[in-house]
Design a protein around this ligand. Structure first.
Ligand code: PEP
Length: 247
């Protein structure tokens, strides 16, 4: 069985001192049966990682597809590795929509991350207009295959299905619909990559909170959650970890 993966994406929230307060509180909570990851801002990564319980993985929210050089404002894989960070979220819908990251850019970032031995959480998901036309499966398939174009080994990739209309809106996709899409994604991976589809973890993200986490996490093809808003509060994030542990 795939271990449940409880991941928090803080986006552009929390200063380094707020991150430290969070770390001190979550360090007091023990868990055994799930994997946990948190993605603070770039500026907090190093100090956060140093004080955080070593059981919790720390992740960047983005990285550059370039090695180094004249890319003002960008952060490279070697800068992240140097501070002990080897996880990254790539292709979040906010990066795709607000920072114009195309599938080609996402693909270049995934390739760069894998080449430098990062573990990647690759985000996919349709907008409301796509869902309204019942085209969500085609859309997600296209995003998945284009984001993975030319990549042969996907063992260090986790997929996060995050319907855009459910992110930060309070509207959750029903557990049934989330399961259906995650099953579709597993089948697409199976067709293109074979048996590894049974090992790859597929997460759901979009308004996950303590009250709905258990139902979502209990679905067969949902191996974890990527949590935005509810990961900012240490108590609610712990409740979501407990939901994963209870299964
Ligand atoms: C996210 O940022 O990936 C996310 C799912 O946000 P929220 O949980 O706030 O909807």
């Amino acid at each position: 069985m795939r271990r449940k993966y409880i991941c928090g994406n803080w986006k552009m929230n929390k200063t380094s001192s707020e991150a430290r307060d969070f770390a001190e509180k979550i360090n007091e909570f023990d868990f055994e049966n799930v994997d946990v990851l948190l993605a603070p801002s770039f500026v907090s990564l190093e100090s956060f990682r140093k004080i955080l319980n070593k059981k919790i993985e720390v992740s960047a929210q983005n990285l550059s597809q370039f090695e180094d050089g004249a890319y003002t404002g960008e952060v490279s894989t070697s800068m992240l590795k140097d501070i002990g960070v080897e996880n990254v979220i790539i292709g979040h819908s906010e990066r795709r929509e607000k920072f114009f990251e195309s599938n080609e850019i996402v693909n270049a970032k995934v390739k760069k991350a894998l080449a430098d031995d990062f573990r990647v959480i690759l985000c996919l998901g349709e907008a409301l207009e796509v869902k309204a036309k019942n085209k969500e499966v085609d859309f997600v398939k296209d995003e998945l295959l284009k984001s993975l174009d030319g990549i042969e080994n996907i063992e260090n990739i986790t997929i996060a299905y995050e319907p855009i209309w459910a992110i930060g809106t309070g509207k959750t996709c029903s557990a049934d619909d989330a399961e259906k899409m995650c099953r579709e994604i597993r089948q697409i991976i199976n067709k293109n990559y074979g048996e590894i589809s049974e090992k790859i973890r597929i997460l759901y993200g979009g308004s996950v909170k303590p009250s709905n986490a258990r139902e979502i996490l209990s679905q067969e093809n949902i191996d974890g959650v990527l949590v935005g808003g509810a990961s900012l509060d240490v108590d609610s994030f712990i409740e979501i970890i407990k939901a994963g542990e209870s299964l």
